[in-house]
Ligand binder design. Structure first.
Ligand SMILES: C[S@@+](CC[C@H](N)C(=O)[O-])C[C@H]1O[C@@H](n2cnc3c(N)ncnc32)[C@H](O)[C@@H]1O
Length: 311
């Protein structure tokens, strides 16, 4: 097993992961914008779709959504706590009969035959976590798709600003009184993060050139010491992702950068918008329009979205 698979498994198997992922949209505005974008894409692209494969399906944000639309979904994930949380939520929604839960790593999709699913999807970076096998993973996802593929992967241009803005997540906190541990940490460590910050040009250029934010050898050593490093994640450039998909025969590819518009707005204004039902709806409508423009597609939250047809 590759280190990236082992590291991902250990990280996503942390017992509270399912619970935390299921609450992202109560906590952070960038997650609201990104998930709303993907939801809109999914709901307007399910004509003629009956079967779905969701790779790295997490706590079921999208597998449950499509099961509720009457589709049969294979919910595939490396982490048992995520699958357990998704099962619990699917039961609550009364759609567990429409979902087949499979524990596995995207690095090995050999159990699935060519063109097994009408729609193949994978959102919020599971593909990026398969480094150095990310291209092979995309090839395999295309192989098992019959009609359509929709994915979102870590974005290089989108994630790079995090390296020169360690307090970027603070911009998107929805409720400063939230008990969520990540919110508490962002607020508590803000001043110290600013104080200890110094721009590291070499690190920016290294990530720009390699697509890797972490030091892979350090992550491997941390794993061997029994620690829980963040998944090794490969960050794609927009043209690179488009070329990979078209190289594997995907047609009519379109790309988006969910979160690009929201990035331009400070926290105080974002919170006001989100707390007003009508403005929130208008804002999410406009974000979808702006973020779908190919000129901003690399600059989404931290993800790059792509959809295309299998002919
Ligand atoms: C950020 S969550 C995204 C969940 C969901 N797709 C969504 O958009 O809400 C990433 C998920 O990918 C899963 N994952 C990470 N590496 C994986 C791998 N190599 N194979 C399969 N799943 C993986 C994790 O367990 C986690 O559930």
């Amino acid at each position: 097993m590759d280190y990236s698979t082992k590291i991902s498994e250990r990280m996503w198997n942390q017992p509270d992961k399912g619970e935390l992922e299921a609450e992202r949209e109560l906590t952070f505005i960038d997650d609201i914008v990104q998930k709303a974008h993907i939801q809109r894409e999914l709901l307007s692209n399910i004509d003629g779709i009956e079967t779905v494969f969701d790779g790295g399906a997490g706590s079921g944000r999208f597998s449950i959504l499509l099961a509720k639309q009457g589709l049969n979904v294979t919910h595939f994930d490396i982490s048992q706590p995520m699958i357990d949380k998704a099962k619990e939520l699917a039961q609550k929604e009364g759609v567990e009969d429409r979902i087949t839960f499979v524990k596995g790593a995207l690095e090995d999709l050999s159990a699935f035959k060519d063109r097994s699913f009408d729609l193949v999807m994978s959102f919020d970076s599971p593909i990026s976590y398969t480094y150095p096998n990310q291209n092979k993973t995309i090839k395999e996802l295309v192989r098992i798709a019959d009609k359509r593929i929709m994915i979102s992967v870590s974005s290089r241009l989108g994630a790079l600003p995090y390296l020169s803005n360690p307090i970027q997540k603070n911009q998107f906190i929805l409720d400063k009184d939230s008990k969520d541990e990540w919110v508490r940490w962002c607020l508590k460590s803000k001043d110290q993060m600013i104080e200890s910050f110094s721009l590291n040009k070499e690190s920016l250029i290294r990530t720009y050139e390699t697509g890797l934010m972490c030091d892979v050898e350090e992550s491997k050593k941390a794993y061997d010491r029994g620690e829980v490093p963040w998944s090794i994640s490969y960050h794609f450039m927009p043209d690179e992702l488009e070329e990979i998909l078209s190289g594997y025969g995907v047609k009519n590819i379109s790309m988006a950068g969910p979160g690009a518009f929201a990035r331009t707005i400070p926290n105080e204004i974002l919170v006001k918008i989100m707390n007003d039902e009508e403005q929130r709806k208008d804002f999410l409508d406009f974000c979808y329009m702006y973020d779908s423009n190919p000129y901003v597609c690399g600059m989404g939250k931290d993800n790059l979205f792509a959809k295309g047809e299998i002919k």
